[in-house]
Design a binder for this molecule. Sequence first.
Ligand SMILES: [Zn+2]
Ligand SMILES: [Zn+2]
Length: 225
Amino acid sequence: MVPNLYPALERQEVVIHTPRHARSLVELSSTELSNVAGAWTSRAEAAHAEGFQYLQVIVNEGADAGSSLSHTHSQLAWFREQPPAPASERTRAGKCALCELLGDTSMTRELGLAEADTTILALCHPAGRAPYEVLVAPYAHEPEPWGMALEIGLDLAVSCLRPLHRIEGPVPVNLWLHCATFGGDGHWHLELVPRLTVFAGLELGAGVYVNTLAPEQAAEALRGG
Ligand SMILES: [Zn+2]
Ligand SMILES: [Zn+2]
């Protein structure tokens, strides 16, 4: 008998990003992108109203990123409690890892890619699992993004995906949102992981990721792309 270690996935929804046949978020207009973020927000409100604690937003692009449909879409997984990945994002001292990261101004200057209103930053992840991994987060310790902040955050993430497509072609990517449970504490962010490498035994077994592209080089390439 395997113990039930993880919260059960009780409900899953699909958001189709546009009626046109588009394969990637980069093909969407700014209106379509804000509609996508608006759909995520309204479904988060619905999940909260039905007593769920957490909405996991996921975009998979490309078969190698686990996508079964080529038409751009997202998946919304409803959870009764926060799933383990966002729940584990604290430093060993129990502090917010993102506040520590974004407080390092020399690092954010070196790895920053784009910024909105000096409140939300997109940067190359300083310890990314894969080449060109991007993180989008508010400087302030904001628990939830629902509404305008999510629109801005998604727009910033896509503004980093566009140069990546120009440099590497339409690479498979996973994008997801992490945030607090509804009404809880946390620091919301989007993580964009291009699947340019295969995660093997060392990555999955030890949780140690071999990334052959330094984040400074990735940031320089994306800024120039
Ligand atoms: Zn924080
Ligand atoms: Zn995260």
